[in-house]
Design a protein around this ligand. Sequence first.
Ligand SMILES: CC(C)(COP(=O)(O)OP(=O)(O)OC[C@H]1O[C@@H](n2cnc3c(N)ncnc32)[C@H](O)[C@@H]1OP(=O)(O)O)[C@@H](O)C(=O)NCCC(=O)NCCS
Length: 152
Amino acid sequence: MRIREATVDDLRQVDAICDASGRERWTPKMVVPARDRTVLAAIVDDGIAGIAKTHFHGEPEGGAPGGHYLGGVIVSPDHRRRGIGFALTRARLEWIWDRSSTAYYFANEHNTASIRLHERLGFQPLGRFPTIRGVTADDGRSDLVLFRAFRA
Ligand SMILES: CC(C)(COP(=O)(O)OP(=O)(O)OC[C@H]1O[C@@H](n2cnc3c(N)ncnc32)[C@H](O)[C@@H]1OP(=O)(O)O)[C@@H](O)C(=O)NCCC(=O)NCCS
């Protein structure tokens, strides 16, 4: 497995991973890295096995601080539990640590896989919210948990 920056040419494979995972498809803009955000793809056997991005929010909003956020990691169901999500998250954190000493992330309170993965990388809960930056969980029936990690 190797990790590289994503490109717009990856969109078709990203669509397939989103579809297989029951997640909303990413737009072409979401797949392309920019100055203030990275998008990484995990490659296995010349195909994309996982995709992950960050977002930069310059201002606080509600209870959510401004800063760099991990903004979604999806691993193809065929490739889960092999360390790909962890590797994509560690790589995004390295990108953030070159720019900031703090990283944020939020997840549906019921997403045990995501929460365990991020806890292993040092994320600790800051609070629970019905909405964070316009995102809700289970159409508002569940809470989102906001996490923070610090550069070592
Ligand atoms: C969350 C997700 C990205 C994890 O990807 P993955 O490549 O399977 O994860 P890894 O193999 O790197 O797992 C690393 C650690 O995370 C935890 N973890 C991962 N999947 C887990 C699960 N289903 N249940 C419990 N813990 C889990 C474990 O601690 C695991 O270490 P271990 O396998 O040694 O026990 C994947 O399940 C996924 O794509 N889910 C759907 C999309 C999603 O929910 N994304 C997160 C949105 S915030």
